[in-house]
Write a protein that binds this ligand. Structure first.
Ligand SMILES: [Zn+2]
Length: 263
């Protein structure tokens, strides 16, 4: 798969990684957990295939308590993506009303600026869908989605994309309820993990999806790039992306049928 790099729609990086280390990560939509982290990214140098998000994670107590809507809006003007934001009713110690305040602000800013939003919904799939009805945004990406079939169909009707993690890739809803043109792939790679491990993790999810969808592996990679292109066009964020990433998203090169693959 030399001609089209792996595309990870949701991962995290330790802010101290060097640009060289990030260069080995393939193409990544990189999420941040707090406004402080996002502010560092908004100032930092641009890796050619990495797009940064401004986020406030629903499990991060300090980030949620310190959340400043004006600062968030200013960062969202400079960054192409909003994420990671969302709701979590199982593992978060942040009171739900505080989570809701932050999430609603994030959706309002996404609607105003036309930014895609990468959304955490652990144990809160119903709540997240209710909020998306309340505040429609141009493009939402449901990250590590665990909703049931009914909720999934509802999310599809709302226009959501799904960034599929290996832990959920075998769920049949991604074959029976989600159209292929809404599928993306993610690693949710952690801060401490080496960025060079991402392409392999993405290939593993692509493989699981290729089995589910009954398509060759390379078609899954082409599909997720086309889907990124569609959401870039829908939101008009291309000018905010690194040029190489924008170009690959808008006109992804085809992968030769005989390209080698790990799986
Ligand atoms: Zn994440």
């Amino acid at each position: 798969m030399d001609h089209l790099p792996s595309l990870d729609a949701h991962a995290h990086f330790d802010p101290h990684r060097t640009p060289d280390e990030l260069r080995d990560a393939g193409a990544v939509l990189a999420m941040t957990l707090s406004l402080d982290e996002a502010a560092g990214r908004a100032r930092g140098e641009r890796a050619p295939l990495i797009a940064w998000g401004v986020g406030c994670h629903p499990r991060k107590v300090e980030a949620q308590v310190k959340f400043d809507p004006n600062r968030f809006g200013a960062l969202a003007e400079r960054l192409p993506i909003i994420g990671e934001v969302g709701l979590d009713t199982r593992w978060s110690r942040v009171p739900l009303d505080v989570q809701l305040r932050t999430f609603r602000t994030a959706l309002q800013v996404a609607a105003k600026l036309s930014r895609p939003v990468s959304i955490h919904s652990y144990s809160a799939t119903r709540l997240v869908l209710d909020e998306l009805r309340r505040t429609p945004v141009p493009v939402t990406i449901l990250h590590w989605w665990t909703g049931n079939a009914t909720e999934t169909r509802e999310a599809v009707a709302l226009g959501c994309y799904f960034s599929v993690h290996s832990a959920v890739a075998r769920r049949s809803i991604f074959r029976t309820a989600v159209p292929p043109e809404r599928i993306l792939v993610e690693s949710d790679h952690g801060w401490a993990d080496p960025p060079a491990a991402i392409p392999c993790r993405v290939e593993w999810v692509e493989h699981l999806l290729s089995v589910q969808l009954g398509r060759p592996h390379r078609e899954v990679r082409e599909l997720v790039w086309r889907n990124l292109g569609a959401l870039v066009r829908e939101t008009g964020i291309a000018p905010l992306l690194p040029p190489r990433l924008a170009e690959s998203a808008i006109t992804p090169p085809a992968i030769p049928p005989d390209a080698p693959s790990l799986f």
